[in-house]
Design a protein around this ligand. Structure first.
Ligand SMILES: [Zn+2]
Length: 256
């Protein structure tokens, strides 16, 4: 059984709210073996598809939905957003946004930052999002684009949970990448993202972008590269699995 690093619920605060469940996964407790051991949730990395399907079943169960109701991404390191009304695989986007109940939005990564966002909308149902953000996403502004989209859809109080990612010390990069991060972000954001000489702290940058937008965040998990027992890291291992984060809103919880 897939063991989450953490899970929780955004408790209802406004009349239209439903309980919104989230969970962050690492690599422990799943059905995969070898380099994908144990909780790989990605089908595209070369793992046994039956093992991944069982891990996805477990992942869905963490937020009390079925595997067939998952919405997954085939991310492109850009800033495009898909509006999700039905489950499935969404190609060419790094952000999913939905006001649909019982659909689980998933973002995965193995160094890149997986995060979810929750926006209360008063009398209307909440709106939820899952985002994948690596250094290119930091440059493209996928997180701020998603927050803008949520606000356009009426979200006021936005909260976030940010999953495990590689730290700046373990992520040294070519100078042009740092230059792109610097020139594409406000000074405060790039100061945090580029605090380590020669590296990019993508998660630090994402957290700065969130803070700049007034979004409160919970951070789950440490550096992917430094924790081989509990987290997948592409930079460390090359062929490896993916951990992730999931968010789902339930319609009927209040009556059950
Ligand atoms: Zn590190």
């Amino acid at each position: 059984m897939l063991l989450p690093l953490a899970n929780g619920v955004f408790a209802p605060v406004a009349p239209g709210d439903r309980p919104v469940f989230w969970a962050v996964t690492g690599r422990l407790g799943g059905h995969s073996v070898g380099e994908f051991s144990e909780a790989n949730i990605a089908q595209h990395v070369g793992d046994n598809s039956n093992s991944v399907a069982r891990n996805l079943e477990d992942l869905a169960g963490l937020v009390q939905i079925r595997r067939r109701n998952l919405a997954l991404m085939d991310p492109q390191h850009g800033n495009l957003i898909a509006r999700v009304t039905t489950p499935g695989i969404f190609h060419g986007v790094d952000s999913l946004v939905s006001e649909q109940s019982d659909v689980g939005l998933v973002a995965m990564g193995a160094d890149c930052v997986p995060l979810i966002l929750y926006g209360s909308r008063g009398d209307k149902k909440p709106i939820i999002s899952a985002v994948h953000c690596g250094w290119k996403g930091l440059v493209a502004g996928v997180v701020t684009a998603t927050i803008t989209e949520l606000r356009m859809q009426g979200a006021s109080e936005i909260q976030s949970v940010v999953g495990p990612a590689i730290c700046g010390s373990c992520y040294s990069v070519a100078p042009y990448r740092r230059e792109l991060v610097r020139t594409s972000n406000p000074k405060g954001v790039s100061a945090v993202a580029l605090a380590v000489p020669g590296g990019i702290d993508v998660r630090g940058g994402v957290l700065s972008q969130l803070a700049l937008e007034g979004v409160n965040s919970i951070v789950v998990g440490g550096c992917t590269y430094e924790n081989p027992e509990t987290l997948f890291s592409y930079r460390r291992d090359g062929q490896t699995g993916r951990q992730g984060i999931i968010i789902a809103m339930r319609e009927d919880r209040g009556q059950s």
